[in-house]
Design a protein around this ligand. Structure first.
Ligand code: FES
Length: 127
């Protein structure tokens, strides 16, 4: 079943919530189960200063969201872009095969939030 790390993050999720004045926001849905996740990032000097998530999903989705925020915090934008679905699952000590799709949401939502941030930066440059 679940590794101890997954249970830890599920029982005590880190960085849950919303950043009202976020620099980037990414929302994704999981086509396999219909669950939803949103990530919020705050960026300073090209680094992720703060990151929070809101998940409407299963325990594995909550645990992977929590783990992803921990992995992303303090990373540069480029480093955070390299956090993959597989690296999140690995950091949690693996996930049961039927739950692997749940780990996709968190990395995808993080990348979507970064892309949103980059788009906003570009439109600022044009102004
Ligand atoms: Fe939907 Fe896990 S069952 S994210």
């Amino acid at each position: 079943m679940y590794s101890e790390k997954v249970m830890q993050h599920f029982k005590k999720p880190q960085n849950m919530g919303e950043i009202p004045d976020a620099d980037g926001v990414g929302s994704v849905g999981n086509p396999t189960c219909g669950d939803l996740m949103t990530m919020y990032i705050k960026v300073k000097d090209n680094r992720i200063e703060d990151v929070k998530f809101k998940t409407y999903g299963c325990g594995a989705a909550i645990a992977t969201s929590s783990m992803t925020t921990e992995l992303a915090k303090g990373k540069t934008i480029d480093e955070a872009m390299k956090i993959s679905r597989a690296s999140v699952a690995d950091s949690l000590g693996g996930l049961p095969p039927v739950k692997m799709h749940c780990s996709n949401l968190a990395a995808d939502a993080l990348h979507a939030a970064i892309e949103d941030y980059q788009k906003k930066q570009k439109s600022k440059e044009v102004e």
